[in-house]
Design a protein around this ligand. Structure first.
Ligand code: WQD
Length: 359
């Protein structure tokens, strides 16, 4: 389907992997990103993988008129944007507790500017990057989309607020279509090793911390809590390969093109993996030992969270295909070739057995 799509946050971790799959599916993405948590080099790597130099506009959704100018430019050029994949936003739970206004400005007000610009240009299709954090403390597992939304941190509340905005828009305008994708825990990297997770500071999340220990940037991993009511006392999460997540966005873009109304969909594997199980999987997939030490629980963490992913299969025909071992192998391949992320001086060679564009 050769539709032009605007991808906000398209230079980021999820964004770059989604660009690769969108291009493979025949879409023509345009990236709007303020590069606050991403790197321009990531788009050069997307070009190496796909052979496509994705148009990129540096800008901030919080700046009134900034994203509207992009939509106007593409309309003037006779190639109007047909839909938006809205991935731009702040995503660190701990930071949202310390600086909630930053999160409401970026994630809520920024989205409001985007929605106004879409309305002014007659764009009525949107895929939104949401999060399982909207569920708060699970009342039952696996988590289904009809689980109450009781987020317990500002980050989760911003995601729930945007979902409510989209639901209200769809209720007011029967021609408006919005799919909100509730991510569980995306990890890993594109099989080529050319793009991957690139945290700006000390990683908040488990997997990038593990790969930074593996590559020697961190001495050892702290395991937050060993007394949860789980298989081994450590936190259980639903990790999914970022390429599977990206393909979920393509399926959602196809779905929302044909289907107006508001639809919430979990993107997860339905499997839970504990912290110690992920460490063991990484060590056996890569042969690299991960030294760790037991630490107190992290405030705000839940014991276990994993998805009921039957709705994604039923509506999108999507289900996760890659294993935890695949996630570990691919994530390590990225980190090994890019010890300092995109700031690594030597440009890595793509893995021989993975086809990338010859440019
Ligand atoms: C996973 C497990 C930790 C780090 C968060 C957001 C969520 C989404 C993904 C945006 C937990 C443990 C972690 C470490 C550890 N982000 N851990 N040592 O908290 O499930 O989800 O990131 O959408 O919205 O809430 O992911 O990777 O931070 O933690 O032991 O150094 O690993 O306690 O059990 P989380 P995480």
């Amino acid at each position: 389907m050769s539709l032009s799509l605007l991808v906000t946050g398209g230079a980021g971790y999820i964004g770059t992997h989604t660009l690769v799959e969108l291009i493979a599916a025949g879409f023509r993405p345009v990236v709007f990103d303020n590069l606050s948590n991403s790197s321009r080099q990531s788009l050069d790597r997307v070009a190496r993988i796909t052979g496509v130099a994705v148009p990129f506009v540096e800008g901030d959704l919080r700046t009134p008129g900034a994203v509207a100018a992009v939509l106007a430019a593409w309309a003037r050029a006779g190639d109007p944007i047909q839909a938006v994949l809205h991935l731009a936003g702040c995503k660190a739970v701990g930071e949202s507790v310390a600086d909630p206004l930053k999160y409401y400005d970026n994630n809520v007000i920024g989205t409001q500017h985007l929605l106004h610009a879409m309305r002014d240009h007659g764009i009525k299709r949107l895929v939104f990057s949401s999060s399982a954090t909207v569920y708060g403390v699970p009342q039952h597992l696996p988590l289904r989309e009809d689980h109450p939304m009781v987020p317990n941190n500002p980050y989760g509340r911003t995601k729930a607020m945007v979902e409510d905005m989209l639901a209200d828009l769809c209720a007011a305008d029967p021609e408006f279509g919005a799919v909100t994708l509730r991510y569980f825990n995306p990890i890993g990297a594109h099989a080529s090793g050319l793009i991957g997770e690139n945290p700006a500071d000390t990683p908040n999340n488990l997997f990038p911390y593990i790969t930074q220990v593996a590559v020697g940037r961190r001495a050892k991993l702290s395991v937050f809590g060993d007394d949860y009511d789980t298989v081994d006392g450590t936190g259980v999460r639903d990790y999914l390969h970022v390429t599977d997540l990206a393909r979920g966005h393509v399926a959602a873009a196809n779905y929302v093109h044909a289907q107006p109304g508001f639809t919430a969909i979990n993107l997860g594997t339905g499997q839970g993996t504990s912290v110690l199980e992920l460490i063991a999987a990484f060590e056996s997939s890569t042969g690299v030992a991960i030294p760790w030490l037991g630490s107190p629980r992290r405030a705000g963490d839940v014991a276990a969270s994993f998805a009921d992913s039957t709705k994604a299969q039923a509506l999108l025909g999507w289900s996760a295909e890659r294993s935890v071992a695949d996630m570990c192998r691919d994530g390590w391949h990225w980190q090994q070739g890019n010890p300092q992320g995109y700031d690594t001086v030597a440009t890595p060679r793509a893995r021989e057995d993975v086809a990338v564009a010859a440019i």
